[in-house]
Design a protein around this ligand. Sequence first.
Ligand code: PMP
Length: 287
Amino acid sequence: MTRTVYVNGEFVPETEAKVSIFDRGFLMADAVYEVTSVLDGKLVDYAGHAKRLERSLKELDMTLPVTLDELLEIHRELVKLNDLEEGGIYLQVTRGSAGDRDFIWPDPETTKASLVLFTQSKPGNAMSEKAKAGYKIITVPDIRWHRRDIKTVQLLYPSMAKMMAKKAGVDDAWLVEDGLVTEGTSNNAYIVKDGKIITRALSNDILHGITRASVLKFAKEAQMEVEERSFSVEEAKAADEAFITSAGAYVTPIIEIDGEAVGAGASGPVALRLREIYIDEMRKAAI
Ligand code: PMP
């Protein structure tokens, strides 16, 4: 099926969607993005994603070219036009095209931001046996820039880290700086020790995950203990459990780090319980 995508005010077949070669997203990764999960044809944790998008835009002096109400309607229209039951919606806002290449940002009055959205179908994502069985990861140095709190499309290093994981025959990689885990290539990282959930505190060093915020809230509501602090690779390897969160992976257990089993080397009860709670709650709250 040819997807219908959204490009700057129009819903068009993906084969007809066009963006200028001078678009700053293309030339300079001068763009931010969001990915919202879709479950049962509805948007998961949408308010959080819209809020983070506004923050990313503000940090880079960019303006959303539509209103927030319009943005929600575009998401919903794409779900409808593509009969999307399960998967995600990718959204990207770039600083647009001033018709040439220049390091200096164009005047936003004359150069409007570009807005592109498309759907990605992932049937069975919430019920994925692979996710429930847990992922194996390696650790690699975190050499990204220092504004990881802004969700920019500068994804070359996370992409390289995923390739390193692929070559090592595992599923993903955790990024490490000064001996401490920052986050996963495209997810937030957690360990569980003696029943306590430990995850790095929010700062410019990591992306402020929308799934992270919801999962920590649900964990506290379920009387689980949460500690927001950094942890080392050694501590992670000696933990009882480890897991990741993201809009696409929800809560996915980590069962092996750098070839060493975490805990019993199988998905842990805390991670699996949080996965179930998150998906159940989101099925109820999705819009
Ligand atoms: N950290 C990074 C580096 C990511 O790319 C992502 C996913 N976009 C996350 C964390 C998780 O964020 P969210 O739960 O909002 O998907």
